[in-house]
Write a protein that binds this ligand. Structure first.
Ligand SMILES: [Zn+2]
Length: 87
């Protein structure tokens, strides 16, 4: 996994974020991440700044880039909506 991947280049994908501290996993759409961090950021920038929703550990997330597929939307969405929004 290359975490130097630009968010803009995977905007149609999703990120499965796993907390290395508590094991909490959430899936978030990259388009939502771009709204927060900007398309010129890399995956590692997101990992450094994101905080685990479960245990509040910061910078302890591991990521897996997943491709959107399948027919149902059963994936759990990581809730990043309470984070700061861009104007
Ligand atoms: Zn955690």
């Amino acid at each position: 996994m290359k975490f130097t991947t630009l968010l803009a280049s995977i905007r149609h994908n999703e990120l499965a974020l796993t907390c290395k501290v508590c094991g909490h996993t959430g899936v978030v759409r990259v388009v939502e991440v771009i709204e927060l961090f900007g398309p010129d950021k890399q995956v590692r920038d997101v990992l450094a700044r994101a905080r685990c929703k479960n245990c509040k550990a910061k910078g302890q997330l591991d990521a897996k880039i997943t491709y959107r597929g399948g027919s149902d939307g059963a994936l759990v969405q990581a809730d990043m909506r309470d984070r700061e929004k861009l104007p």
